[in-house]
Design a binder for this molecule. Structure first.
Ligand code: ZN
Length: 503
């Protein structure tokens, strides 16, 4: 057998193992009883170590070594372009993995599994001290990880590279700088406009079962395949894949906030369409994997915001929503509902934020993470640091840690360097959506009649099916002909919100 075929077979088996580990993670955050935490932490840590060992073992390194120089990453002559690209991406993963000792992988997995329920409890009880010792351990482990891996420009860049390959802190500072310069005055104008978007429409009592049914209907309509997936409830909504034929989504329900469940489902549905749309022919290899966290987020936020908060979308769904909740909505006009769902208002919680202030939530986390990783900021100082940054960026100060430093799950997973990818997703998705609209001039009308097929197919053939054949930067350039900038996103926000707020 050719080395590339041997390699593909081995990677396919490793992907099966990873899929099985993901079933355990999915269960951990949906149905597992609390008492199972310690045992599950051991189970997943052991399995993660096995996955790691197989990936850096001889059954990968021998065939890979026939295709590429394992130390330098230089491709050995004679490979066609497609195979070179594939081998390049496999080597990238291998090179990163081989630098990490098995004991370290096991310890990181175990520590984060143990940290997670403590974060949940700390958040419930509004007591940062319950989480602080776990966070300290995780930060120490991250420093060890940075020590094992190649050093990039800064220690934080080494972590960032895992989530958004090819992006550095310096790149992101430029993009976030553009964004901040445009957003801060825009948000100020909106706050001073005096326009009331009647948000109370969304905060009446909405029956949980009916919300659930509505969210599943939208998921089906946008093309999420329930034959190859299912929706469950979770504290912090997420999507997880076991294989492209089994991609699970989760959402949460708040009977006094209509948007929580709907936007949660549409957002996760966007992630799931990406995973369900990958090319199974390449299962186990980078060509059947998402490009980066930022590109993944571009897919979820494209559906959640660009489609799900648009006028054409609600022209189709609002009458249906009125039928489902006549007591709340029969007397509400579509225009008022559209403005209510597009309210811009600084708030404490990132996941509840509107599409404008959301980006400021990301910027403050990006700054704090750099202080933690590059400057060694003290864990005990984080609640205060968080509140100061929130005041600086959003003009509001949380009164509790639950509304501040404890709100997000990421650090309990040991994920530092992840947050910037959320804002990058916003910058990418409008570039993709603009191109899709250019290619599908009738798209608004299609959305207005609940037809999402052509948009989904465009995303599938231009993004999902390609796997990691391109980097994020290359993909954006191939779609728009330009490098990533914040301008298209800023223009989109200006155009949309100048109408809603008459500014
Ligand atoms: Zn997401």
């Amino acid at each position: 057998m050719k080395p590339i075929e041997t390699l593909k077979n081995e990677l396919s088996e490793i992907a099966d193992l990873k899929g099985a580990v993901n079933v355990l993670y999915w269960d951990m955050e949906t149905y597992m009883p609390k008492g199972g935490t310690a045992a599950r932490a051991k189970q997943v840590a052991m399995l993660e170590a096995i996955v790691h060992e197989r990936f850096i073992g001889e059954d990968v390194s021998n065939p890979l070594g026939e295709l590429v120089n394992l130390d330098s990453g230089e491709i050995i002559n004679g490979l066609d372009e497609e195979t070179s690209r594939l081998v390049n991406e496999i080597w990238r993963d291998y090179h990163r993995a081989v630098a990490l000792p098995k004991e370290f992988v096991e310890e990181l997995s175990h520590t984060s599994s143990m940290a997670h329920p403590n974060w949940v409890e700390a958040r419930e009880k509004n007591d940062f001290n319950l989480f602080a010792p776990h966070l300290e351990k995780l930060i120490a482990l991250k420093h060890r990880e940075i020590g094992y891996l190649d050093t990039q420009d800064t220690p934080y860049d080494t972590l960032l590279d895992e989530f958004e390959p090819g992006f550095t802190t310096a790149n992101i500072n430029v993009l976030f700088g553009e964004l901040k310069t445009a957003l801060v005055p825009m948000i100020k104008k909106i706050q001073e406009s005096g326009v009331n978007t009647k948000q109370e429409i969304l905060h009446q009592y909405y029956d949980a079962d009916k919300q659930w049914e509505f969210s599943e209907m939208i998921l089906k309509d946008i093309g999420y395949d329930f034959h190859c997936g299912r929706q469950d409830k979770a504290v912090h909504p997420f999507t997880i894949e076991f294989h492209p034929t089994d991609v699970r989504v989760t959402t949460r329900i708040n009977e006094h906030n209509l948007l929580d469940c709907l936007t949660g489902s549409i957002h996760e549905g966007g992630h799931a369409l990406y995973e369900q749309g990958l090319d199974q022919k390449w299962y186990g290899t980078p060509f059947c994997q998402a490009i980066s966290y930022g590109i993944h987020e571009s897919q979820s936020r494209l559906w959640e915001n660009l489609v799900g908060l648009s006028k054409p979308f609600w022209e189709y769904y609002f009458p249906k929503l009125q039928t489902a909740f006549p007591e709340n909505l029969s007397a509400v006009a579509l225009e008022d509902f559209y403005r209510a769902v597009n309210t811009i208002k600084p708030g404490f919680i990132r996941v509840d934020a509107d599409e404008m202030t959301y980006n400021l939530h990301i910027m403050l986390r990006f700054e704090i993470e750099q202080l933690i990783i590059n400057e060694g900021a003290d864990v005990a100082s984080l609640p205060e640091l968080w509140n100061d940054k929130m005041e600086e960026y959003l003009g509001i100060r949380p009164e509790t840690d639950t509304l501040g430093v404890l709100q997000d799950v990421h650090w309990s997973h040991g994920s530092f360097g992840y947050f910037p990818t959320y804002a990058l997703g916003n910058l990418y998705n409008i570039i993709m959506f603009n191109k899709a609209k250019e290619k599908l001039p009738d798209l608004d009308n299609q959305i207005r009649s609940g037809n999402f097929l052509e948009l989904r197919n465009w995303l599938k053939s231009n993004i999902h099916q390609l796997g990691r054949r391109q980097t994020a930067k290359e993909m954006i350039k191939s779609i728009s002909g330009e490098d990533v900038t914040a301008k298209p996103f800023i223009n989109y926000l200006k155009k949309k919100y100048s109408k809603i707020y008459s500014i």
